[in-house]
Design a protein. Structure first.
Length: 281
C-alpha cells in the first residue's frame, strides 16, 4: 500500500504542476516544507490527522498559520473539502499540528497544506492519507473493553510493568475494568517508553504524567506496557483486545467507561488536557 500511495502522490503532484500559476506570495517551485504524518488510523467522518512540518532535517520555524484542503483522489465528481485551519501543539518535544476535516468517503485523499510564515511568505506542501470505512482500534463512542491488565497487585516488580526508566507507581494501581467502576474519567496509555525507537513516541507518557500532576484524583490514569517480555518483545493481550497494532495510543474514557477521545502517535499535554477537561467534575 505504501508503494501505491507513493505512486498516487507522484501523479497527484504532476497534476498539480499543470495547474495555473500560484498566486503572488506562494512558492510554486519545489516546496521547502515537507509534511511528516504522525498517525495512520483514519476513518470516514472527522478523523484526527496529526503532522509535523520540516525544512530538511529540522522542524520548520516561524510558522504563523497552517490550513489544509482535501481532495478525494480519482473522484470524477471532484469531491473536495474546504480548507480547515490546523491547530498547533507546541508543548511537545517537536511541534505538531492537528486537523479533523470532514472526510465523507473512504479512499485516498490528497491534502494540500498551505503554510504562512511570520514574514508573510506562503508555501504549500502536499501529502496523502488513506481513509478506511472503519477502524480496527476501539472507536470513539464505543464501550471500552473491561481489560484485566497487569497491576502492582499482580506483578509487584514495577520494572516488569514498564520499560521506562522511572515509572510512576500511580499508573499501575488498577485494572481498566476497575477504573470504569469508579465512575471517574480514565486515561489509558498504551506505550513502551523504554523501547520506543523515535523521538515522537517517547514523550507521550511524559505528557500523561504532566496531566496526571495537574488533575490528581479527579481521574484515573493507567499505563499499559505494550510488551510483557522485554527480551522476546511479545505483546500483552490488551493490544489485541483493543484492536491495536501500533503504539503509542492514548484513550480517554468518560465516567461510564465509553471512549470520549483517542489519540494515535504523539500527544502533547495540552491536547490531552483539552480532551479530558470536559469530563472532570
Amino acid at each position: 500500500m505504501k508503494k501505491i500511495l507513493f505512486l498516487v502522490l507522484a501523479l497527484w503532484g504532476l497534476a498539480a504542476c499543470g495547474r495555473s500559476a500560484a498566486p503572488a506570495g506562494v512558492v510554486s517551485s519545489v516546496s521547502p516544507a515537507q509534511i511528516q504524518r504522525l498517525n495512520f488510523d483514519y476513518v470516514v467522518g472527522t478523523p484526527r490527522i496529526s503532522f509535523a512540518i520540516f525544512d530538511g532535517p529540522d522542524p520548520l520555524t516561524n510558522v504563523a498559520n497552517v490550513t489544509v484542503a482535501a481532495q478525494l483522489v480519482g473522484d470524477e465528481n471532484g469531491q473536495a473539502v474546504a480548507a480547515v485551519t490546523a491547530v498547533p501543539y507546541t508543548d511537545y518535544e517537536i511541534p505538531y499540528w492537528v486537523i479533523t476535516p470532514e472526510l465523507p468517503a473512504p479512499g485516498i485523499w490528497g491534502l494540500t497544506t498551505t503554510i504562512t510564515q511570520a514574514n508573510g511568505q506562503t508555501i504549500t506542501a502536499p501529502f496523502l492519507v488513506e481513509v478506511a470505512a472503519q477502524s480496527e482500534a476501539i472507536p470513539i463512542g464505543a464501550a471500552a473493553p473491561r481489560s484485566q491488565n497487569r497491576t502492582l497487585a499482580t506483578e509487584p516488580d514495577l520494572h516488569k510493568l514498564s520499560s521506562g526508566n522511572d515509572p510512576n507507581p500511580a499508573f499501575y494501581q488498577m485494572t481498566i475494568a476497575d477504573a470504569v467502576q469508579t465512575g471517574k474519567p480514565t486515561v489509558v496509555a498504551f506505550a513502551t517508553p523504554g523501547l520506543c525507537q523515535t523521538k515522537w513516541c517517547t514523550p507521550v507518557l511524559d505528557s500523561v504524567e504532566t496531566v496526571y500532576k495537574e488533575v490528581g484524583e479527579q481521574a484515573n490514569f493507567i499505563h499499559v506496557e505494550v510488551h510483557d517480555d522485554f527480551q522476546e518483545l511479545t505483546l500483552v493481550p490488551e493490544m489485541a483486545e483493543w484492536g491495536l497494532q501500533t503504539e503509542p495510543w492514548v484513550y480517554v474514557l468518560d465516567g461510564n467507561g465509553r471512549v470520549a477521545a483517542r489519540f494515535e502517535g504523539p500527544l502533547s499535554p495540552r491536547e490531552l488536557s483539552l480532551a479530558l477537561a470536559p469530563l472532570l467534575p
